[in-house]
Design a protein around this ligand. Structure first.
Ligand code: GLU
Length: 312
C-alpha cells in the first residue's frame, strides 16, 4: 500500500494530558506522524482535555516536550478542547432540535443490570430512558440528578473501513453525547474537532476501533465526510495489561535515564511497528522516506520485563 497514491492533507495526534506519555502513546504518535509526513500532510496536535477530573496541568507541557525530544513536530498551535465547548454545545443544540437526543438518568449500575438481560448486545445501552412514560420522566427529573444526553439511533449496524484492519461493522447504540456532569462526550467532540480541523486521516490506537462505527454514524448525521482511519495496535506489558507506570521504564524520560538515546527509542518503536530499520539508532525524519503502512503489524507489541527495566 504505497502512500503516494492517496494524498491526504491533514493528520493529527490527540493525546489526553492526564499523565506523561508512555511508550505506547509515543508509538501511536510516531505512527500518526509518519502517516502524515510520508504523505506530505500537515500534522496537528490536539489536547483532549475535557475531563477535568483526570487532566493534569503540567502534562500539556510534558507531552509537547516528549514529542519534541523524539522529533515529532506538529504544525501550528496545539488545539485545546476545553476552549471549544461553545462549538460542542451548538452541535448538541442542532441535534436536539432535530429530535435526535433524549435525557438519560440511568446510573452505571442500572445500565449494567438492564444490559445483562438475554439477547442484549454486551456493552450497549438498553434504551431504558428512551421509553420512559411521562410520569416516569417527571419522577426522574424530580430526583435532581442531572441527566446525560443520548443520541437516538435505530441500533442498526454501521460499517467502517480501516486502512490496517479492513472492514469493521458494529451495531450503533444510543451513545452518550453529553455526560451527566455536563462534559461533552469523546465520541461527539472527536467528530466535531476532526471535521473543524480538516483532518482527513485519523491514526490512533486500535482500542478505539470499536468506537469508530459510532463516530461514523454521527458524521453521517452531521453531514461530515468520513476521514480515513488507521488503528494501530497497542503496546502491552508482559502481564497482558496496557502499559502503565507500575510496569517499569515506560516514559521517554525513563528510557533516557537508562541510557537510551531518543534515536534508539525511535528505532525500537519503528521496528516494533514492523518497519525495517537496520540501523541501531535513527531519527524520526529519516523514517519518512521509507515509511510503508503495509508493513505495520496488527498484533500488539508486548514488552518483556527486561525491555521495561534495561536499556534497549
Ligand atoms: N485522546 C485519546 C487517547 O489519548 C485519543 C483519541 C483519538 O485519537 O481519537 O487515547
Amino acid at each position: 500500500m504505497p502512500c503516494e497514491d492517496q494524498q491526504v492533507s491533514v493528520g493529527r495526534f490527540a493525546p489526553s494530558p492526564t499523565g506523561m506519555l508512555h511508550i505506547g502513546n509515543l508509538r501511536t504518535g510516531l505512527a500518526a506522524w509518519l502517516f502524515a509526513r510520508a504523505a506530505r500532510s500537515r500534522f496537528l496536535l490536539r489536547f483532549e482535555d475535557l475531563d477535568s477530573a483526570t487532566v493534569q496541568a503540567e502534562h500539556f507541557e510534558s507531552q509537547r516536550r516528549d514529542l519534541e525530544i523524539l522529533g515529532l513536530t506538529w504544525d501550528g498551535e496545539a488545539v485545546l478542547q476545553s476552549e471549544r465547548t461553545e462549538r460542542y454545545e451548538a452541535v448538541l443544540s442542532d441535534l436536539d432540535r432535530a429530535g435526535l437526543t433524549y435525557p438519560c438518568w440511568c446510573s452505571r449500575r442500572e445500565i449494567r443490570e438492564a444490559a445483562s438481560a438475554p439477547h442484549h448486545t454486551p456493552g450497549h445501552y438498553p434504551g431504558t430512558c428512551r421509553r420512559l412514560s411521562r410520569i416516569e420522566k417527571r419522577e426522574r427529573e424530580a430526583s435532581g440528578r442531572p441527566p446525560a444526553l443520548r443520541l437516538r439511533t435505530d441500533g442498526g449496524e454501521v460499517e467502517i473501513v480501516d486502512r490496517l484492519h479492513g472492514s469493521h461493522r458494529a451495531p450503533v447504540d444510543d451513545l452518550v453525547l453529553r455526560r451527566g456532569d455536563g462534559t461533552p462526550a469523546y465520541n461527539l467532540v472527536v467528530v466535531i474537532d476532526d471535521a473543524a480541523q480538516g483532518v482527513e486521516e485519523v491514526v490512533r490506537a486500535d482500542d478505539l476501533l470499536s468506537s469508530t462505527p459510532r463516530q461514523a454514524h454521527l458524521m453521517d448525521l452531521l453531514g461530515i465526510e468520513r476521514p480515513r482511519w488507521a488503528h494501530v495496535p497497542l503496546v502491552l506489558a508482559h502481564d497482558g495489561d496496557r502499559l502503565a507506570k507500575r510496569h517499569g521504564s515506560v516514559t521517554i524520560h525513563d528510557r533516557l535515564g537508562l541510557g537510551d538515546s531518543p534515536e534508539k527509542v525511535i528505532g525500537e518503536l519503528a521496528r516494533s511497528l514492523g518497519l525495517s530499520v537496520p540501523e541501531d539508532e535513527i531519527r524520526a525524519a529519516e523514517l519518512i522516506e521509507r515509511f510503508d503502512p503495509s508493513s505495520i503489524r496488527l498484533e500488539p507489541w508486548t514488552l518483556s520485563p527486561r525491555q521495561m527495566t534495561e536499556p534497549w
